[in-house]
Design a protein around this ligand. Structure first.
Ligand code: SF4
Length: 245
């Protein structure tokens, strides 16, 4: 069994796997060169590797936590489950990053005890269908994301929400307030400013956008923090660095 993997990158305390393929087409996506599995096979940045081979490389690196990201990892659900099984059998922790479009896959992995930490990328308030569509290139909807959130909040050891801020799209303070009220509880809430300096970002859409100032992101993070009923950590990441509020 083979799986297309975007990359295996070392992190301070673990490893980071980027799985190729995604069912959405967000115009601001940082990893757009691995969104299409078939194109990825021709891309020098990507490799096709056996799951076991990848896990062996992870174990050799001494990683105790693996962040599985993408693309959208649940698109390769069988390979994802196999990788999580191998990792958990070796007592390696698993963080799954997902766009929330496939709650049944996330729920199944959590029920089987194959994932410890779930990070759901939330693109807009969960009642804003129109903005969600726009943010995901016409492909996404908040309904499955809401279901994924309910499952992850209930079953994951660490439940994290990542909110990517795109200027002129989802950067209104009231959006953050609405989302935090709706979420009610969150383990880690991360407000992430888009970074124009990332080398992949080159299309016309992006060129019209400005980097979001550190102070503006802080304002959004504080607005979210104040609207939660309960939250353990709220942080924001700008081009100047990361800060907790
Ligand atoms: S859901 Fe994530 S990986 Fe997929 S297109 Fe959007 S930002 Fe990129």
């Amino acid at each position: 069994m083979y799986v297309t993997i975007g990359d295996l990158r070392p992190m301070r305390d673990g490893a980071w796997v980027l799985m190729a393929g995604c069912n959405w087409k967000c115009p601001y996506c940082f990893e757009r060169d691995i969104l299409d599995k078939d194109l990825c096979k021709k891309n020098s940045k990507c490799k096709v590797v056996h799951v076991q081979e990848l896990v062996e490389a992870i174990l050799k690196s001494g990683a105790k936590l693996v962040k599985i990201d993408g693309g959208e990892p649940t698109v390769q659900d069988r390979e994802l489950e196999m990788m999580c099984q191998y990792l958990k059998s070796q007592n390696v922790g698993v963080q799954l990053c997902t766009n929330g479009s496939r709650p049944e896959i996330v729920g199944d992995l959590l029920t089987k005890g194959l994932v410890d930490w779930v990070t759901v990328d939330v693109k807009a308030p969960l009642d804003n269908e129109e903005l969600y569509k726009r943010m995901t290139g016409g492909k996404g909807s908040p309904q499955p994301v809401r279901e994924t959130i309910d499952i992850a909040r209930d079953k994951a050891q660490v439940f994290e929400i990542n909110y990517p801020v795109i200027p002129g799209e989802n950067d209104k303070k009231e959006y953050l307030t609405k989302l935090a009220k709706d979420l009610y509880y969150c383990g880690v809430f991360t407000v992430r400013g888009f970074d124009k300096r990332r080398p992949i970002v080159s299309d016309e859409w992006y060129k019209t956008k400005q980097v979001i100032p550190h102070a503006k992101l802080k304002e959004l993070a504080v607005a979210a923090r104040d609207a939660f009923n309960s939250v353990d950590t709220v942080r924001f990441i700008s081009h100047e660095g990361e800060e907790e509020v």
